[in-house]
Write a protein of this length. Structure first.
Length: 368
């Protein structure tokens, strides 16, 4: 087992590339501990005796730096995380990476994209490669995270029925097929993250130091039996790192009450990814984040239904939708009160200054 001292040093490096650059500066006892690990890999052990003796120790570690094992296991212990919720990185929650599924896109005709730009926060550029992901895929990924105990770079073994029960779904042939397709999608997907120029110092500070290609799953194998299926998987350590830059705790039981309402589920994750009590969102931006191609007018109709559903299950308190002038629909915004009723600090916009409609329990509005 790797010593805590060595693991802490590797964690500080953050990437195999940095480990490769810095390992020669390790104290002798840590250098040889790392070498011992390298020689546990069969391909390195077999080649070690054939290399020139003067440089073979360094060569073995350099070779080891090319494997995913070099970074070791990662176990996240996130404050607030419990059996009733799931923790998801806000870089994912506030982006268009996991869209809201639409009835005209099925498992059979999902588009496959390469380096498609993801709508996300300022200061980073995210490109996605793989099949389009929706909220069902988000659910599956979070179930895998929960069932692993938030452990990354570690092979976990679960039965498919455990995943389905975690999602509140019944066991059955159709559900197994749907789950298998989602697991294959997640294992094949990749996300490329780059930093971009940004003027806001807060945005510059809160963006991840990790740049490059990350995956959701390093490994996934599915073995189907007559009555159940076994799943072996390993979550990508670098995906786990993203939670260190902010994460949202999403209530599973409330999410299950949304059933198959993909838009409501997408909005739940998006709103939980922000900390403001009252959140203003451009409707045009919501269309992009959710992956829709509707006009602002048409999208607003289904947006209202989804927001009403979020009120019904207790995810948000209320919402307000602006009413811009004719021909200026692109200026339409929605304000959502997530953590309580409108009050003196977060008021409903004055209708004389900013026309709009409030939806929610008016009796609960807090007055100054």
């Amino acid at each position: 087992m790797r010593s805590k001292e060595l693991q802490n040093w590797i964690d500080e490096q953050e990437t195999p590339k940095k480990v490769l650059k810095e390992f020669t500066k390790l104290p002798e006892h840590l250098f040889f501990e790392l070498l011992k690990e390298a020689l546990e890999l069969p391909e390195i052990k077999a080649a070690y005796s054939t290399w020139a003796e003067a440089r073979r120790d360094e060569r073995a570690i350099r070779k080891y730096c090319q494997s995913m094992q070099i970074m070791g296991k990662l176990h996240l212990q996130l404050p607030g995380k419990n059996d009733g919720n799931t923790a998801s990185p806000n870089f994912v929650n506030t982006s268009s990476l996991f869209k809201a599924g639409r009835s005209n896109i099925t498992d059979e005709n999902r588009p496959h994209v390469y380096m498609e730009q993801v709508v996300c926060r300022a200061g980073i550029d995210i490109r996605y490669s793989g099949e389009l992901l929706n909220q069902y895929d988000w659910d599956v990924l979070q179930a895998l995270t929960d069932l692993s105990g938030c452990r990354y770079n570690e092979v976990c073994h679960v039965n498919a029925i455990q995943i389905l029960r975690h999602l509140g779904r019944e066991a059955g042939g159709w559900e197994y097929n749907k789950l298998e397709k989602s697991l294959v999608r997640l294992s094949a997907a990749s996300v490329c993250i780059k930093r971009t120029a940004v003027k806001d110092p807060v945005a510059a500070t809160n963006r991840p130091r990790i740049v490059g290609v990350i995956h959701f799953l390093n490994h996934m194998s599915w073995m189907r039996g007559e009555e159940d299926a076994e799943v072996f998987y390993s979550l990508d350590r670098y995906y786990g790192y993203l939670s260190g830059y902010g994460y949202a705790l999403v209530d599973w039981e409330k999410r299950k009450l949304l059933h198959k309402n993909e838009l409501a589920k997408k909005l739940q994750v998006l709103f939980m990814g922000h900390t403001d009590k009252a959140q203003f969102h451009s409707v045009a931006k919501l269309i992009e984040l959710c992956g829709y191609t509707l006009t602002v007018t048409d999208f607003t109709k289904i947006l209202k239904d989804a927001l009403q559903q979020l009120i019904k299950v207790g995810i948000i308190h209320s919402f307000w939708i602006s009413r811009p002038k004719r021909g200026e629909s692109e200026k339409k915004v929605v304000c959502v009160w997530v953590k309580g009723a409108p009050d003196a600090e977060f008021q409903i916009p004055n209708p004389k200054q900013r026309p709009g409609t409030y939806y929610g329990p008016k009796s609960a509005i807090k007055k100054a």
